[in-house]
Design a protein around this ligand. Sequence first.
Ligand code: PLP
Length: 474
Amino acid sequence: MKSKNKLPKLSPILSDWMPKLMKDKMLLDTLFGDWGSPLNVHYLPEFDKNIQKFRKVFENHRIPYQLFYAHKANKSKSVVNRAKENRIGVDTASERELLQALEVGVSPELLVITAAIKTEKLLQMAVENNVLVILDNQDECDLLNSIAQKTDKQTPVGFRVSGFYTDTGKLYSRFGFDIDEVESFIVTTCSPKGKYSHLTYKGLHFHLNGYSTEERGAALSQCFFLAEKLKTQGFTSQFIDIGGGVLINYLKSKNEWEIFREELKKAVKGEREEITFNNDGLGYQLIDNQIQGALATYPFFNEENDDIFLEKILNFRYKNKASVSELLRNKNIEIRLEPGRSLLNQVGITLARVAFRKKDMKGRWLVGLEMSMSQLKSSSADFLLDPLTAFVPAPNHPVEVYFTGAYCLEQDIVLKRRITLPNLPQIGDIVGFVNTAGYMIHFFETQAHLFHLSVNLSIATSKESYQYQDFNNF
Ligand SMILES: Cc1ncc(COP(=O)(O)O)c(C=O)c1O
């Protein structure tokens, strides 16, 4: 028998600026009047705080370091500018990202190109501006060397490494050179008389899928041992870049997270009413009356995130020997971290206007938003978090709703979770998704039906309120 229990809550962590903005009706009216829906609003002092947290960890460990903001995580120019003001580097993944960072005035020594596909034009820009290129394969080496040769310039390069050894075997990645082969490749090709005489070896790089600190610790240790071997052959590593992928925590309560997962399983089993659109299991499946599979979402609640995550990598002991931190101390190798998502934690929210309310055939309230599913999409099966609302609740009129989007697809359900709102919103009311503008919206957003990409704005604090600061799309 299906019971109708209350919907579980997933309360997001909120920085002070977020609820304040949601209460500032005048500012919201101005922003929507000027720019339409949806809007990404950023508050950049949070970015500065995130930088400080990572800095502190490296400094406590007395390890030379540099942070590189992974630009791909957010399209806005003002975040790149903020990286420059904080004197950190910028990791670029395309011609336009590199161009934007150069235009903003980031110094070429603080730039790196890690693009998965490196066009001839991008590599030409790298050679002209003396920007470090992280090489992934031999074809890239051929192309970059030939471009550098034409202008007789030496180009700084690093090598992306993969195939690291872990307790569960060798780690697969489609990226990079295998750790077992890269040493002889560098030594034979990058010497003055080698095939790539115009490439100057500077260091090693990796970026791992997933969120394991143990795998990152093992990869960093193996890169360190590789750097030691390369040194004996005349190749000094100035840096080891450990990529990004630092976990962040979105939720206030572990209890809510656990209850949500239990209630979702109950719903999939048919023991309670649905809590997701059409009872989507978000990875859980009912097979032979048993729940199978795993929740296919980001681990929205987790305890080893941000600075603790980095701390765990540095304290990791590969094969139970010296810790990463002990290995690296006094070694004169700069450790580079390339965070995207984690530098943008608490930096942005996405706001959308309510276009309509209606009941569907099954009697469920659908609230149409002026945005599309692509704007909250990621590799996670749903964004899940409770949204913020910018309207005064009428007491005792709670209502359960689904938010639907602007695409012609039945599947355009902006949040798959069923949400309890204090009351049914009015047309024109504003709903806010916490922590998505910093990161999420910039990845899978599409322009189907000729909709514009969402606008990116920054706000700044004045004496009593927040003020719109700049429009910083690209
Ligand atoms: C090479 C590289 N560096 C850094 C990042 C940033 O990762 P994150 O945003 O998870 O920190 C990525 C993301 O895909 C990447 O591919």
